[in-house]
Ligand binder design. Structure first.
Ligand code: PMP
Length: 434
């Protein structure tokens, strides 16, 4: 860790905190400095001291094709060489990218590209309000929808300290909506049909949109209980509100059509980011023709200098081609499940209360003595202290994932059986120590 330490000292001078991302590793405050990376290739990372890691962090999710996928890297290089990077005007590659996304995903007719998941969600929320002429957004405890203040959670900062950009203050992860926001925001317990039905019965006529992660991947991994997404769909239709699926994590992740394909429930508006460009920085908002109507007729201006630039559209187009390979998802879901079940089995055999939840290529190993069904369960019962020990013991054995249990392990579409075997061997060792 000599080189990484030197880089950290250097970085702190010009980069506040010494790193551009809050997700620098190891976790903030743990051990003296974060790891600085030198190279990514496929499922592997190498740090500046030459240590190699099997990577289940995958850039916080986007590297669904692993690092430096040759087809996508080449397509982006070729497109930039031929076209340049940014026109601020339309061009054919944008249509190609849009056509491929719409063809890959059920439920959406149209798509607009942008830069980050936060921007895509911001657009979806504002579009839903403009479309319905209502203000109220319903969202759920423990779901993360980006770093902007507007209606969604930010735990990035003490709300009293930061003050507003466009809103009185951000709202904490665990609910508790301040009085001044109660006309525009309700935060409910998830996987809890009664509270949702009660809200819709009393305030359904005020609701512009219900915003949800279709499976929660920002409170570890929590899948929807049978019928829950269907309930959100049915109630939003009944009360004239839009349903927004925030598929920033789930999109293209465990099925090409994302959560809409996997769970068989479609939304009015859908946001994508991680994954859609195979790791290149691009996001998108998709929707039905009806939900996109105000953008189509020019009433709602979806502006953004870098929206739909050449790098984005080339990356999306090539990624959609790679993801169309027959059998790709089945194979990788089986591989991810082998890892997930293997980890669960090792932990259980060692007498540790743990279980796995997820869908093959994204899952979490929960250290808990009971099933976690929502944020309230997680806050009360998930053992972050055990998770931290597990993380520390795995990273020194060359296996890297997010240091927080409230995140996930990501398996790319290029991880191999050898990666899984090596990880299970490391886990056997690591969980003995834990
Ligand atoms: N929505 C969800 C579900 C997310 O997981 C994230 C990022 N973790 C975002 C939105 C925000 O995306 P970005 O970081 O690209 O702004």
């Amino acid at each position: 860790t000599v080189a990484t330490k030197a880089l950290f000292e250097r970085a702190k001078v010009t980069i506040p905190g010494g790193a551009g991302s809050t997700a620098r590793l190891p976790r903030n405050g743990w051990k003296p400095y974060p790891l600085f990376m030198a190279e990514g290739q496929g499922s592997r990372l190498r740090d500046v001291d030459g240590n190699e890691y099997i990577d289940y962090l995958l850039g916080l999710g986007p590297m669904i094709l692993g690092h430096r996928h040759p087809q996508v890297t080449q397509a982006v290089t070729d497109a930039v060489a031929e076209l340049g990077t940014c026109f601020g005007l339309p061009y054919e590659l944008e249509i190609e990218a849009a056509e491929k996304v719409v063809a890959a995903v059920p439920g959406i007719d149209q798509v607009r590209f942008t830069n980050s998941g936060s921007e895509a969600v911001g657009t979806a929320v504002r579009l839903a309000r403009a479309t319905t002429g209502r203000r109220l957004i319903v969202r759920f405890e423990g779901h993360y929808h980006g770093w902007q203040d507007t209606v969604y959670w930010s735990n990035h900062v003490d709300p009293e300290l930061a003050g507003p950009i466009d809103h009185p203050r951000p709202v904490a992860m665990g609910g508790g909506v301040p009085a001044e926001l109660q006309d525009t925001l309700v935060v409910l317990n998830w996987n809890d049909p009664e509270s949702f039905i009660a809200l819709m019965e009393t305030r359904g006529h005020e609701v512009a949109a219900v915003l949800t992660e279709p499976a929660v991947f920002n409170t570890g991994c929590i899948l929807p209980e049978p019928g829950y997404l269907e309930l959100l769909r049915e109630q939003t239709r009944k009360h004239g509100a839009l349903l927004i699926f925030d598929e920033v994590i789930t999109g293209f992740r465990f099925a090409r059509g994302g959560a809409q394909e996997w769970f068989g429930v479609t939304a009015d508006l859908v946001t994508y980011a991680k994954g859609i460009g195979g790791g290149f920085p691009v996001a998108a908002i998709g929707g039905t023709n009806e939900a996109m109507r105000l953008i189509a007729d020019g009433t709602y201006s979806h502006s953004g200098t870098y929206n739909a630039n050449v790098v984005q559209c080339a990356a999306v187009s090539a990624t959609m081609d790679v993801l169309a390979e027959p059998g790709l998802y089945e194979r990788q879901r089986a591989l991810g499940n082998r890892l997930a079940r293997g980890l669960e089995g090792i932990a259980t055999a060692k007498g540790i209360d743990a279980y796995v939840e997820g869908i093959g290529t994204v899952f979490q190993l929960w250290f808990a003595d009971r099933p976690i069904r929502n944020w309230r369960d997680a806050a009360a019962h998930a053992r972050e202290d055990i998770f931290t020990r597990w993380y520390e013991e795995m990273i020194v054995r060359g296996v890297l994932f997010h240091p927080l249990q409230f995140e996930n392990l990501f398996v790319s579409l290029v991880h191999t059986d050898e990666d899984i075997d090596a990880t299970l061997n490391a886990a056997e060792d690591a969980l003995s120590v834990v």
